[in-house]
Design a protein around this ligand. Structure first.
Ligand SMILES: C[S@@+](CC[C@H](N)C(=O)[O-])C[C@H]1O[C@@H](n2cnc3c(N)ncnc32)[C@H](O)[C@@H]1O
Length: 137
């Protein structure tokens, strides 16, 4: 999403760790083929999410709004050993690209994608007594 002036964003990105190849390809494919690509976190926000996840090392992350999975892939980088992300999106047209890039990243065991409305799914997760240490939207 565009929060910063273009020149400031460019400067910050040039002085921030680069996206890996999978994230770069996902960013590009989202912009080419998916509606409203400005919803994607992108390079800078993705690196911030990765940093937060590395600092907290959560065992469980709950994300509401997977979109094409860019943020989920970034947060997966900092999970504790055997940690998991549960990520929910109600737009079922996104499932194919989500599954493609989760597989490409090699994080299939860490990222659990649920298709549906978070307001209906979350009560079922709470019933299972899962404690989430990082919640992202
Ligand atoms: C801003 S995008 C998420 C961006 C993504 N986290 C990223 O960083 O690339 C918001 C997403 O939330 C999803 N969404 C909105 N309301 C929802 C709901 N009630 N349940 C599940 N998904 C929802 C939309 O379908 C959309 O894909």
């Amino acid at each position: 999403m565009d929060f910063l002036d273009e020149k400031i964003d460019q400067y910050v990105c040039e002085h921030t760790e680069q996206e890996n190849e999978v994230l770069y390809d996902l960013n590009r494919e989202t912009h080419m083929n998916v509606l409203i690509p400005r919803m994607l976190s992108g390079h800078l926000q993705g690196r911030v999410l990765s940093m937060l996840s590395h600092m907290i090392k959560p065992k469980n992350i709950l994300e509401i709004g997977t979109y094409t999975s860019y943020s989920a892939l970034c947060m997966a980088e900092g999970l504790a050993e055997n940690g998991k992300i549960t990520t929910i999106d109600r737009n079922d047209e996104l499932e194919e690209i989500i599954q493609k890039y989760v597989k490409k990243s090699g994080n299939q065991d860490k990222i659990h994608f649920l298709s549906g409305d978070a307001t209906e799914i979350i009560p079922t997760l709470i019933w299972l007594s899962t404690k989430f240490l990082l919640v992202a939207i």
